[in-house]
Structures are given as structure tokens and as C-alpha cells.
Ligand binder design. Structure first.
Ligand code: FCB
Length: 445
């Protein structure tokens, strides 16, 4: 198939890790089973905020089908699987007594992975905050870092004998910004955005300390989205807006966590929420930088918006995916280099992938050539970045399965495996076979 040849991986480390990523709310389903409490996402869904009225109630039914999913991963040949624990499943009210049936679900999942020779990468927080904590102010409440530390202690104590790779948060800037300033869930003031940013950073630092104390040999990071922010036009207002977005979107979390400082243009707004010693509480040593990257972002000035920016038009000559995300592998290589230089940490790419409107053809197959082409050029760009000296140590595709996509529900598909939602039948797409070949070839070198 033209465009589906394998990219060179010659410059990647011999111990490079190939994996896939998912998250709890997006695949598990079983939202009312075994004592799970509601999360903020159950409530957004109930309120009809998701396309087509979709909910996470069933999702991919991974809660019941995890054995089949692990068997598929084994067939794929991945060395690692990144998943998240649902906080409201194991602590239905966010704090207090733990829910044993849910704890034992993750025991079974972890044991199944280890038996298949797949390393579990556990993310503590992929956006499904227990609603009971949101009712107490959620991340706007400074107590949230203590809640998060207690939850982390429970996870670390229970699974730390078998899990060594831990991520504290997935894309803290996305859930903070979209929850508190941009988009439909905008219901608060600027002050609450900065409060949220600072408290999530404090929670990260507290969790790192707990993991270091409880898990011998833990390897810890946080997962950040990082995208070049490009002005939509050459005018000065758009350039200023792009610099503002860069501070909030890219740097608001990794800068304090890894460099012990907030970007200068945010400092006055963070200051009222800062207490003495906070930056030292946030900036705890981590082992790696988790990167989620899909595309660059185009920005325009929008004086009426809370932070003075909005998403702008994309240049006409940039190719787009079917969901209109720019395809720009050079921006990926540029991002890897920026992060390498700015933070000096080993990088794991923990999300990259292609959103599409895949469907089964008349033979029952999914021939997703465009996804393969996308993965080929992005992996090629990563190899080029590595040859330029970037310390990149792993690459995880978003996602193993088609799943519940925030806001778009089930209308967009990112999986290497097609999920027929009415029957929940899994069908590996062509990209599944292609990634399996790539992993095999790369590991034989
Ligand atoms: C990322 C999210 C992930 C998924 C992909 C497409 O921002 O971390 O859950 O939705 O985008």
C-alpha cells in the first residue's frame, strides 16, 4: 500500500518503548457498577453537553472486556500500556473509605497485563474528578492537593508492588482551561482559573512525594499537551495572543513543576493564590516529561475573551485530518526539541494519533490508510528529532480502541481497533497490523 511503508527508527534508543494509551472514562463504561460514584464527566453527559447526547455509561465496556483488550495488545506487540485509574470508582465520594470491588478490578487488569508481558503505565488523573469533590469546589479548593495525595497513597499502596510507572495528571492545562475559561463549561471567573492552575500544580507535587515514599523504584512524570502556538496572521495583536496561549496552554504546568517558576505573564494572576513555600512544594524531581502532541495550534487576538485569545484560522496550505487538526510532523519534531532544551528531561510521547470517521467496509474490514500515513510521518519526525539529540524514549499511540471522545462522544474514532458500539465487537484496523509490523521491525534492530 503506498504510504504505508515503515519509517526509519534507526536513531531511537535500543530500549525504546512502544505502547498505546487509553483513559478510564473513555473506555470503561460500567459507570454505575460495583459502587462507583459519579464523576464530573457523568454530570456533563447527563446535562446533554456531549454531541448526540452520548454518555460514558457503556463506552467500550472495557470494565468487563479487559481480558479481550489485553489479548489484543499482546497481539499488537506493545511493550507498555498507559491507562488511568478512575478516582470515583475506587473512592466513590473522592475521599473516605475505599471501594474494594473497584480496587480489585485494577488488580485484575494489572495482573493480566503483567502476565501478557506488558508494562502498566498508570495515570492517576485523566479528568474524571469525583463529583462529590467538585461539589466542594473541586480544584478551586486548596484542600484538593490533600485529597489528591490521599487518593495517590491508596493507589500507590495497593498497586506499587507491580506498577512502577506513574503519571500524576493528563493534560492539566486542557482540563483547567476548558473547565474554567474556554468553551461551554465556562462558568467561572478568571480568578478561579488561576486558583485551579495553582492547586493542580500543588496536587502534582504532593502526589510525587507520596509516590516516592510509597513505591520503591517508582518512575514518575506528568503528561502535558505541548503544541507550537502560531499566530493566525502577521499582526501584532495575534502575535501577542499566541504568546499568551503558549504560556497558558504549554507552560503553566511544566514550568512550575520542572523549573520552579510560572511564566512571567501569568505571575501577577497566580500571586494572590500563592503561599510561602508553594513553588518548592510543586517543583519535586520527576523522572520524565510525558508529551501528548497532535498538531500546532493557530491563535488570534480576542479582546472579549477572558484571556485575550481564541483559536484562529489555519493557513490554507496546511493539510488537515478529517476532524480538521493540522498535519504537521515538523511541528512535532520542533516540539520535541523545545521540550528537550527547556526541561532537560527524558521524553515519553504518551499520545499521538489520528481522529477519523472510520467505518467497516463491505468485507467487514477497516482500511485506514490515512491514519497509517499520519503515523508514518510523525514517527519519522520523532526519529529525526532523536538524531538531532533529543532524548525521546517511548511512543504511545492514542488510542488502542475507538472510544468516548470529550465533547464529540462516539462520532470521532482514534483507535487502532474499531469498536462497533451496538455489539461492542472489536475489529483491528489496517493500522493495527501496520503498528504491529513497525514494533516488530524496530525491536529486531
Ligand atoms: C487528548 C486527550 C485524550 C484524547 C485525545 C484525542 O487531549 O488526553 O483523552 O481525547 O486528546
Amino acid at each position: 500500500m503506498p504510504g504505508s511503508e515503515l519509517p526509519s527508527t534507526a536513531k531511537l534508543r535500543p530500549d525504546f518503548i512502544w505502547g498505546v494509551s487509553t483513559s478510564s472514562f473513555q473506555i470503561e463504561g460500567a459507570t454505575k457498577e460495583d459502587g462507583r460514584g459519579p464523576s464530573v464527566w457523568d454530570i456533563y453527559c447527563q446535562n446533554g453537553e456531549i454531541k448526540n447526547g452520548d454518555t460514558g455509561d457503556i463506552a467500550c465496556d472495557h470494565y468487563h472486556r479487559y481480558r479481550e483488550d489485553v489479548a489484543l495488545m499482546k497481539r499488537l506487540g506493545v511493550q507498555a500500556y498507559r491507562f488511568s485509574v478512575a478516582w470515583p470508582r475506587i473512592l466513590p465520594r473522592g475521599q473516605g473509605s475505599a471501594n474494594e470491588p473497584a480496587l480489585s478490578f485494577y488488580d485484575r487488569l494489572i495482573d493480566e497485563l503483567l502476565a501478557a508481558g506488558i508494562e502498566p503505565w498508570l495515570c492517576l488523573y485523566h479528568w474524571d474528578l469525583p463529583q462529590a469533590l467538585e461539589d466542594l469546589g473541586g480544584w478551586m479548593n486548596r484542600q484538593s492537593s490533600a485529597w489528591f495525595a490521599d487518593y495517590t497513597r491508596l493507589v500507590a499502596t495497593r498497586y506499587g508492588d507491580r506498577v512502577k510507572r506513574f503519571a500524576t495528571f493528563n493534560e492539566p492545562s486542557i482540563f483547567s482551561l476548558f473547565g474554567r475559561s474556554l468553551g461551554k463549561r465556562d462558568r467561572s471567573s478568571e480568578d478561579n482559573l488561576h486558583r485551579t492552575i495553582h492547586h493542580v500544580n500543588l496536587a502534582h507535587g504532593a502526589a510525587v512525594d507520596v509516590l516516592r515514599e510509597k513505591v520503591a523504584g517508582a518512575s514518575i512524570g506528568c503528561i502535558h499537551n505541548y503544541q507550537p502556538c502560531r499566530p493566525s496572521s502577521g499582526n501584532e495583536a495575534d502575535t501577542t495572543a499566541a504568546a499568551r496561549l503558549d504560556a497558558y496552554w504549554n507552560k503553566a504546568f511544566p514550568d512550575p513543576q520542572c523549573r520552579g517558576e510560572y511564566p512571567p505573564l501569568m505571575r501577577p494572576a497566580i500571586e494572590p493564590h500563592m503561599q510561602s513555600g508553594d513553588l518548592a512544594r510543586i517543583c519535586r524531581p520527576v523522572d520524565w516529561f510525558g508529551l501528548n502532541h497532535y498538531s500546532p495550534v493557530y491563535v488570534k487576538a480576542q479582546p472579549a475573551s477572558m484571556l485575550g485569545f481564541d483559536f484562529g484560522t489555519k493557513p490554507a496550505n496546511v493539510p488537515l485530518t478529517p476532524i480538521e487538526w493540522p498535519i504537521d510532523p515538523d511541528a512535532f519534531a520542533e516540539t520535541l526539541l523545545t521540550i528537550h532544551q527547556r526541561y532537560g528531561l527524558p521524553i515519553y510521547v504518551l499520545e499521538n494519533g489520528y481522529g477519523n470517521f472510520d467505518s467497516l467496509d463491505e468485507t467487514g474490514a477497516v482500511i485506514d490508510t490515512k491514519r497509517i500515513e499520519f503515523l508514518r510521518v510523525y514517527i519519522g519526525a520523532m526519529n529525526a528529532a532523536a538524531s538531532g539529540g533529543v532524548d525521546v524514549r517511548g511512543y504511545f499511540i492514542w488510542s488502542l480502541l475507538d472510544n468516548f471522545e470529550w465533547e464529540s462522544g462516539y462520532s470521532i474514532r482514534f483507535g487502532l481497533i474499531y469498536v462497533d458500539y451496538p455489539s461492542l465487537r472489536r475489529t483491528p484496523k489496517s493500522s493495527f497490523g501496520w503498528y504491529a509490523d513497525l514494533i516488530k521491525t524496530a525491536r529486531q534492530r
